[in-house]
Design a protein around this ligand. Structure first.
Ligand SMILES: C[S@@+](CC[C@H](N)C(=O)[O-])C[C@H]1O[C@@H](n2cnc3c(N)ncnc32)[C@H](O)[C@@H]1O
Length: 459
């Protein structure tokens, strides 16, 4: 069985195979969004821009004569899948924008492919079928994302643009530092498109982070100058906060990889509306990118966790406090909620956002270091929403040792989810149900919510 993701390219000196073309049958989709194919010589190709069942010409993008695993792009489609569509975006495709890798698949097919990746990861890493995980095997579209054929849902409320040497804004090519200039990003939310970042030139600027908050109308750009570069006088098409960013200096989760940002004009944060509250999100702080995600995930988590009045609840990796706020409403005044978050700015935001809820406490630091220091020995319900890498065995053990009756695990990476579910099973917890959401249409990314509970006692 090939690995789910291509191993790192061999640094060896064997002749490069980049540019070689193979005619291959495309096999299943794998974690990371590429499909698996085999060459006649027995090499495994991880092919982008292809679909299962197709026959394509795959051109090698990474790999050497001595590598068994190669990366490639489908550059010619000999026998197309019925799920193939013309990519609506002119900048999608081999060697172009590295952002949307599944523009060539019909929306329903994208969700089926995401479902098969989740199923494969659950089977491979946790030894579970969809039924074992309490999952109906589908990926649910976000409300409002059903658009007429040939159109693309404009869902991305945060876009990270890179700027090329000529000052044009675009996105990085796949696994490259080269910028693909674009004149419009089709998945950008209308509020981001209105900022007109692609329409102007950005001399001396390395990156432009554009945000359009949901519900408040707040708009923000963070401009990070090139080394030695100066900030231009910014005149955008509408009122917008402008901040100057610095390249990140901190390392690892302890510093949250946080980079300094300085206010130039306007607010140093945006206000997001979700679950009936307003959330302050400082520049660079985490907030779900899809405008419907926060409400959707809170609903899925709360339905699965069923927090009750008077209970003790944890929100681990709490960001600006989204789940902590929803938990506090449910556990009521006799209950208590503890949030833990590593980013200093996010902790300040969470404390600000939840200041009216005195049963909520937010601690700063790494979950695995802070949780044992809190003195908490029991919890009734726990939410974990870790970064892509997952929570890991140590944190899973710490959570399980608190004996919660339900755990909600929110995951943007099905592999990390499956690995952590396997650790939870070792600690006596089993999946109760799982839901998957298409919060990143046109890309291979997918969001899952898994609810776990103690395994039934054997008599
Ligand atoms: C996926 S976000 C979730 C945020 C929040 N639950 C939400 O939905 O808005 C993950 C958060 O974990 C934080 N983080 C990353 N590693 C951490 C760690 N080891 N301990 C605590 N927080 C961490 C990040 O700063 C980020 O805010």
């Amino acid at each position: 069985m090939p690995p789910a993701t291509p191993p790192a390219a061999s640094p060896g000196t064997a002749p490069s195979l980049v540019g070689r073309e193979y005619e291959v049958e495309i096999g299943p989709v794998a974690h990371g969004g590429h499909c698996i194919a085999r060459t006649e010589e027995g090499r495994v190709l991880f092919v982008r821009h292809a679909l299962p069942g197709e026959r394509v010409v795959a051109k090698v993008t990474e790999g050497r004569e001595d590598s068994r695993f190669l990366r490639a792009d489908a550059v010619g489609i000999l026998e197309p899948s019925k799920d193939r569509v013309e990519a609506p975006c002119p900048f999608a495709g081999p060697g172009l924008c590295g952002g949307c890798d599944w523009q060539h698949a019909a929306p329903g097919a994208q969700r089926r492919l995401k479902a098969s990746v989740i199923a494969e990861q659950l089977a491979r890493l946790a030894g579970l079928t969809a039924e074992d995980a309490g999952w109906d095997g589908t990926v649910e579209p976000a409300p409002g994302d059903k658009v007429p054929k040939g159109e693309v849902p404009a869902w991305r409320t945060r876009v990270h643009y890179s700027v090329d040497d000529e000052g044009r804004a675009g996105l990085l090519r796949h696994r490259s530092h080269e910028v693909q200039p674009i004149d419009r990003c089709l998945i950008a939310a209308p509020g981001v498109s209105e900022l007109g970042v692609e329409k102007r030139r950005w001399p001396q600027i390395a990156t432009v982070d554009a945000t359009a908050a949901t519900g408040s109308g707040d708009r923000q750009v963070v401009l990070t100058p090139r080394p030695g570069g100066r900030l231009p006088l910014v005149e955008l098409d509408r009122p917008v906060s402008v901040l100057r960013g610095e390249e990140p200096r901190g390392r690892g989760a302890e510093r949250g990889g946080e980079r300094a940002v300085h206010r130039v004009h306007g607010r140093p944060f945006v206000r997001e509306r979700a679950v009936g509250r307003t959330w302050r999100i400082s520049a660079g702080g985490f907030w779900q990118v899809h405008p419907k995600a926060a409400d959707l995930l809170v609903e899925a988590v709360m339905t699965g966790l069923t927090p009750r009045r008077g209970e003790m609840a944890l929100d681990l990796y709490c960001g600006a406090g989204l789940f902590a706020g929803a938990l506090a409403e449910r556990v009521g005044e006799k209950g208590a909620v503890l949030g833990i978050e590593s980013s200093k700015r996010a902790v300040e935001d969470a404390r600000h956002n939840l200041a009216d809820l005195d049963r909520v406490r937010v601690e700063r630091g790494n979950v695995e270091q802070v949780l044992p220091r809190t003195g908490i020995t029991e919890a009734d319900v726990v939410v974990l929403d870790p970064p892509r890498s997952g929570a890991g065995r140590k944190t899973v053990r710490q959570v399980a040792s608190l004996g919660p009756r339900r755990i909600a695990y929110v995951a943007c990476d099905p592999a990390a989810l499956a690995r952590d579910i396997a650790y939870f099973r070792e600690e006596g917890y089993v999946p109760h149900f799982l839901r998957a959401f298409d919060l990143f249409p046109m890309t291979h990314h997918v969001e899952c919510v898994a609810i776990l509970k103690p395994a039934p006692k054997r008599s």
